[in-house]
Every structure is written in structure tokens, then in C-alpha cells.
Design a binder for this molecule. Structure first.
Ligand code: AMP
Length: 380
């Protein structure tokens, strides 16, 4: 079994904040990193040992990447399949291209869940206005239409309430294929970060309770305020998903919880996830170190929650203007709040600029402190 010791060069496909925090964990442990950005904005470049700042379909970039690194992982799932296959043919890549392909497309993801008997919202795949009209009669309304490809943070989605003309919706949607799913009147959203190692051993972090703002994660509350049986079931399903994918690495499994405690999987993220950022300050092992351990063939670390935590996302709309950050003094004045900024230059709209982790005696206390700073930064 391949084990890669500190000193090994790890390649990261994608150069966003997840790659940045992975590189920080890797550096601390004495690994070296090469980030391949895809030519996108890349806050990871400044913390990587080396960067390849070129598109994912550039053959020279591919050759360069695989020649410089010993083992590779991803921090972003929307990477062309051909690129993933070419990397995996040259060097170990974890998770596998098959697992990534399943998670990067909603049609494959939902079909995978159904095939494995994993609970998810009723859905149908649609590829034309007629198919949409027919699916609407079976799924009913309200329903949510989502593009099959490249869905992320609520982008490429539309809620249908019944009065719409399917032909018009389909025209607006411009999607080659889409998934129509029943709208779920959930009580809350949960996620579980699960790691699976080279031997198929798994470790879950405590479920996080996630609240969104404008379809983007706003706060994660850990541990989620749900009955122990629900938390146990979320872990069991997350492990089932990772095992069925023969997954190696870390992944996020997102759930809807119905008022009776029933869980439905919404989606999977084959990489570290925003709802796992609290692990940096609140857990025995961070999600980024856990990813490294799984990818490098090391034993998984403890997922123990050291203290209740709330993660608050810092979005661009909290900035005073595009280049002026809010006053961070109050976060520093809170002795158990930890600021993480991603070094992005321009605070545009709802761009994820950073996050703050609040730890404390209980989640009520953490949440109150996080909400107070959020209100201040949003000027509300
Ligand atoms: P997604 O991009 O699929 O994670 O969706 C973004 C957000 O939209 C979710 O976190 C939910 O808050 C909401 N959403 C997505 N699908 C559904 C659904 N079938 N029923 C109710 N809300 C949904």
C-alpha cells in the first residue's frame, strides 16, 4: 500500500480557498505542494510551494503537473474527466476519477443514490420541455429544477410552484440536461464530513447544522442540534455513501432533515467542505489534515470535537467596499473566535472571503457571538 511520508510533493488540482487551507495543513506537516489552478482565481498560490497557473485542458500543464508531484488530490470537483483520467494514469489520484465524476453531475449523483438505496428527494432526469412537463405531473409542485452539470451553491436552480409554462422554463434554463426534484419542506440542513482511507476505514466528524443566506452557507453549528439517533443515522448514511463510492479522501455529505427526523441526501462534495471549516479550530484533526492523511496512506486522525463551535462565513457583502475589509477588532476581542481570511483581493457580491470560527461552552453561546458580529458587519 502506498504511503507518502512528509517531504513528499502533493499535487492539488484547483487553487481555491480549500486548496489554500489544504496547503497550510500540508506545510505544517512538512509536505510540499504544487497547486494547479485551472487559470482561475487562486488564493492557494501564495501558500503552495509551486503553482501551475494554467487551464485544466492544457496538455503542457498536465505534463508539468504529473512530472512534479508524487500523489495528487482535488479541492474542486468541476475538473474535466479527461484531465482526471490523464492524471490518474500517471500518478495516484485520490479520490478516483469515477468517484469525482459521480459527484460532479447531479444526474449521476442522484442515480448513484437511488441505485444504492440511499434516501434522497424523489427526482426525474429531464432533457426537453416535454419531458419537463411530464415529470412535473409525476413529481408535482413545488419542485426544484437543477442543471445536471456544474451545480454549486444554488446556481443553476429554479423553484417551480405550478403556474409556469414548462416550454418557457426550459428555454430560460438553457440546460442540456436537468434534474427535477420534489421540493422538500425540511426542518433543517445537516452535513457530515467523512474520511475513508486506503484500507476502507472511515471516520466521521460530528454532523454540522447548516443555515444558508441567499443560497450560500451562512453558519454551521456543531454539533447539530438534532436527536442523537438522527446524528447517528447521518453518520451511517455518510459512511454508506463513501463506501459505495469506494472513496479515498474526505467528502461532505449534505442532508435535508424532515420534521420527523427522516434524512434525505441532498448532495455530495468530493473534497473538504465549507461546513467542515470549524474542524481547524474545534477538532482534534482538521478536515484538511484528514484529507492529507487519507490521500497519503496515513492512519486517519481523531475526529473528536474539542469544543462546541459555530462557523460564520465572511462573504463579500460584509466588506465596506470592494477593497476595504470590515473592522476585525471585535473578532480579535473575542478570545475564542478565530479569523480565517483567504487573501482574495476583491470583495465582490457574495464571494467567500473568509470565515470565523467561534468556540465556547455551548452552541447557543457560540451562535450568539457569531450573530452579533455578523449583524455588525452587515450593518443590520
Ligand atoms: P444545492 O445546490 O442542491 O445544494 O441547493 C442549494 C440550496 O437550495 C439547498 O441547500 C437548499 O436550501 C435548497 N434546496 C435545494 N434543493 C431543494 C429541495 N429539493 N427542496 C427544498 N430546498 C432545496
Amino acid at each position: 500500500m502506498d504511503t507518502f511520508a512528509p517531504g513528499t510533493v502533493i499535487g492539488i488540482i484547483g487553487g481555491g480557498q480549500l486548496g489554500r487551507m489544504f496547503c497550510m495543513a500540508a506545510r505544517r506537516m512538512g509536505y510540499r505542494t504544487v497547486v494547479w489552478t485551472g487559470g482561475l482565481e487562486a488564493p492557494a498560490i501564495v501558500v503552495a510551494d509551486q503553482a501551475i497557473d494554467l487551464p485544466f485542458d492544457d496538455p503542457a500543464a498536465l505534463a508539468d503537473f504529473v512530472s512534479r508531484v508524487t500523489v495528487a488530490t482535488v479541492e474542486f470537483e468541476n475538473i474535466p474527466r479527461a484531465t482526471l483520467d490523464a492524471v490518474a494514469a500517471a500518478i495516484p489520484l485520490h479520490p478516483s476519477p469515477d468517484a469525482l465524476a459521480t459527484c460532479q453531475n447531479r444526474e449521476r449523483e442522484k442515480t448513484f443514490l437511488r441505485t444504492h438505496g440511499i434516501p434522497c428527494a424523489p427526482f426525474e432526469v429531464v432533457a426537453s420541455a416535454d419531458e419537463l412537463a411530464a415529470a412535473l405531473t409525476r413529481i408535482g409542485t413545488p419542485a426544484v429544477l437543477k442543471t445536471a452539470d456544474f451545480g454549486y451553491d444554488g446556481k443553476g436552480q429554479r423553484k417551480l410552484t405550478g403556474g409556469e409554462d414548462p416550454a418557457e422554463v426550459w428555454r430560460d434554463f438553457q440546460g442540456a440536461r436537468a434534474v427535477l426534484e420534489a421540493f422538500i419542506p425540511f426542518e433543517l440542513e445537516l452535513s457530515v464530513m467523512v474520511a475513508r482511507d486506503a484500507h476502507g476505514r472511515t471516520a466521521c466528524f460530528d454532523p454540522a447544522e447548516n443555515r444558508h443566506r441567499h443560497h450560500i452557507l451562512d453558519v454551521s453549528i456543531v454539533p447539530a442540534r438534532v436527536p442523537a439517533a438522527v446524528a447517528g443515522e447521518a453518520r451511517r448514511i455518510a459512511i454508506q455513501v463513501a463506501s459505495a463510492l469506494e472513496y479515498r479522501g474526505i467528502m461532505g455529505v449534505e442532508f435535508f432533515m424532515l420534521p420527523d427526523g427522516t434524512l434525505l441526501v441532498n448532495e455530495m462534495a468530493p473534497r473538504p467542505h465549507n461546513s467542515g471549516h470549524h474542524t481547524i479550530d474545534a477538532c482534534a484533526t482538521s478536515q484538511f489534515e484528514q484529507q492529507l492523511r487519507a490521500v497519503c496512506g496515513l492512519p486517519l486522525g481523531s475526529t473528536r470535537l474539542l469544543a462546541p463551535a459555530v462557523m460564520l462565513n465572511l462573504l463579500g457583502d460584509m466588506w465596506i467596499d470592494e477593497t476595504t475589509a470590515p473592522d476585525w477588532t471585535p473578532v480579535f476581542a473575542d478570545g475564542e473566535a478565530y479569523l480565517h481570511l483567504y487573501g482574495k483581493r476583491h470583495a465582490i457580491g457574495r464571494r467567500k472571503m473568509g470565515h470565523a470560527n467561534f468556540i465556547g461552552p455551548d452552541t447557543t453561546d457560540c451562535l450568539a457571538r457569531a450573530e452579533a458580529l455578523k449583524a455588525r458587519w452587515l450593518g443590520t
